[in-house]
Design a binder for this molecule. Structure first.
Ligand code: 6PG
Ligand code: NI
Length: 201
């Protein structure tokens, strides 16, 4: 599909063992090495990385001009796995243009969306088959797969000019973490998180 095409186009969600688009022109693969410093248990992270640079998640997108009025959409596939007590998760990001929202529709699996504003307000929403999640403007978002054997697959759509700010999250992390306790997910405070006020000092 030539970029910038102004013609309507169709792609299909193929729900086989792996959910993919019949047509896409951008495929991102994020591995454990891309999550340096993001996992609480750094020893477990290093030990796992020493064994294998595991594939944590993939994104399939149809490229569109990144301009207001266009919508970017795709599939986000977080694979099952665990690092210490923490589940496989996406990097997480604010949109560079903070005043841009996003909609997620869960096509498979179970997990959570961890969200946070620049002021430190946080919210964690459960995702399961057919959940439709609205991420309002100004809320950073990270998908967490809490299944031990099934991909967490979501269809997402967001404004073309949003952009991605990963730096803020890489520096400060999210206020909440999802840990596996007795085989079940538990939402806990991130001991490494500092309030915006404290960060400024
Ligand atoms: C976006 C969406 C979504 C997200 C993926 C991967 O703004 O593009 O939120 O596509 O990028 O779920 O997550 P990360 O961008 O945090 O790696
Ligand atoms: Ni986003």
């Amino acid at each position: 599909m030539p970029e910038g095409t102004t013609q309507p186009f169709v792609t299909h969600v193929l729900k086989a063992e792996k959910i993919v688009f019949s047509e896409y022109d951008h495929h991102i693969q994020r591995r454990l090495s891309a999550m340096k410093g993001q996992y609480l248990d750094q020893a477990a992270y290093q030990a796992l990385l020493a064994r294998e640079d595991a594939l944590l998640y993939e994104v399939y997108e149809m490229r569109r001009p990144e301009v207001p009025g266009e919508l970017l959409f795709g599939l986000s596939i977080v694979h099952p796995g665990i690092v210490g007590q923490e589940y496989f998760m996406t990097k997480g990001h604010f949109h560079t243009v903070l005043e841009t929202a996003e909609v997620y529709y869960c096509l498979r699996g179970e997990g959570f969306m961890v969200m946070e504003t620049p002021e430190g307000e946080c919210k964690v929403e459960a995702l399961r088959l057919d959940s439709v999640l609205y991420v309002p403007p100004r809320w950073a978002h990270r998908s967490v797969n809490t299944s031990s054997d099934t991909d967490l697959v979501t269809f997402f759509v967001y404004p073309g000019h949003s952009g991605h700010d990963y730096g803020s999250i890489e520096q400060q992390g999210f206020r909440k973490l999802i840990l596996a306790r007795d085989g079940r997910p538990e939402i806990v405070d991130n001991p490494r998180w500092h309030s915006p006020e404290k960060r400024k000092k």
